[in-house]
Design a protein around this ligand. Structure first.
Ligand SMILES: [Zn+2]
Length: 290
């Protein structure tokens, strides 16, 4: 399919409103920016405005080079299905960086590293903006989950997991309702030394959890999250199981609570708030802001 640029007025709108390149943070001008197809046309993407974003020419070209380096030369359909795993990761990397910011691309390190090295070869400075104009059908700013106001929740997790360097934590007890059973967890049971009990999980894990979390508006209780998660799995034709069992199927030890797991893998995207009454509330950090 032959592609076309985003319409002129949207391009001008982005520039007039101080739009920055979502990858490198450079201030966009008419001269230094153009349209990128997020789901590449060569991989079956469409030419609708929702599949387009304005970015700087240098990063646009770095994206194209990344595709060639990671997937080889076109035509890509010839390599199917052997290349599907790579194609999938590449497409997901494209989508997640446009919607959630440059740093979220780290979920797909193989792609991300190639892209960043291409940025460096272009002598592109690497300073992702705090906000950017996303897909062409949205006309709104996106905010980075990594540079935004996640301070409060990060502080909570730092404190909760003991990453703040203090030797003593408060003797915190949290009641987590899970499938009708109250489970009491003490912070003494949490690992204080980083990642040793958190395996690398497949990207499917991130995709399912984030897709599920996105369906919430505002805060919900942990117990509600757990109950609705079972329904979500059923709706997606996955065996009905608890969050713990689901996490366990990705290699996460069953002793890890939902708060542990979300805190470790999703601290940037899912917030956890401990209310004064001891109830834990979760919320998805939407990048959609008015
Ligand atoms: Zn750029």
């Amino acid at each position: 399919m032959k592609g076309s640029s985003l319409n002129q007025s949207y391009h001008e709108y982005v520039i007039a409103n101080g739009g920055q390149c979502l990858h490198c943070g450079v201030k966009l001008s008419k001269k230094n920016s153009n349209t990128e197809h997020i789901h590449d046309l060569a991989l079956g993407g469409n030419n609708k405005s929702g599949n387009k974003v304005i970015m700087c020419k240098s990063c646009n070209s770095a994206r194209n080079v990344t595709m060639q380096e990671y997937l080889g030369a076109p035509s890509y359909w010839r390599g199917f299905p052997g290349n599907w795993d790579r194609v999938k990761k590449y497409l997901l990397w494209n989508a997640v960086t446009v919607d959630h910011g440059h740093n979220s691309g780290e979920i797909y390190p193989e792609v991300h590293q190639i892209f960043e090295s291409n940025m460096e070869q272009n002598n592109t400075r690497h300073s992702p903006p705090e906000f950017w104009y996303g897909r062409g059908d949205q006309s709104r700013v996106n905010r980075s989950i990594n540079s935004g106001n996640t301070g409060l929740i990060i502080r909570f997790f730092d404190w909760f997991f003991g990453y703040n360097g203090k030797a003593e934590l408060p003797n915190l007890t949290i009641n987590i309702e899970n499938n009708g059973h109250n489970q009491t967890e003490h912070n003494q049971s949490h690992s204080r030394n980083g990642n040793q009990n958190y395996p690398d999980v497949g990207e499917e894990f991130y995709i399912y959890i984030l897709d599920f979390a996105k369906s919430f508006v505002g805060e919900i209780k942990v117990a509600t999250f757990c109950n609705l998660f079972k329904d979500y799995l059923e709706e997606n034709h996955i065996q009905s199981q608890s969050f713990r069992e689901f996490a366990h199927s990705f290699g996460i030890p069953k002793r890890r609570s939902i708060v542990d797991v979300l805190g470790h893998y999703f601290s940037d995207t899912i917030s956890c708030r401990l209310d004064t009454d001891g109830e834990i509330y979760l919320s998805y950090n939407s990048t959609e802001e008015e």
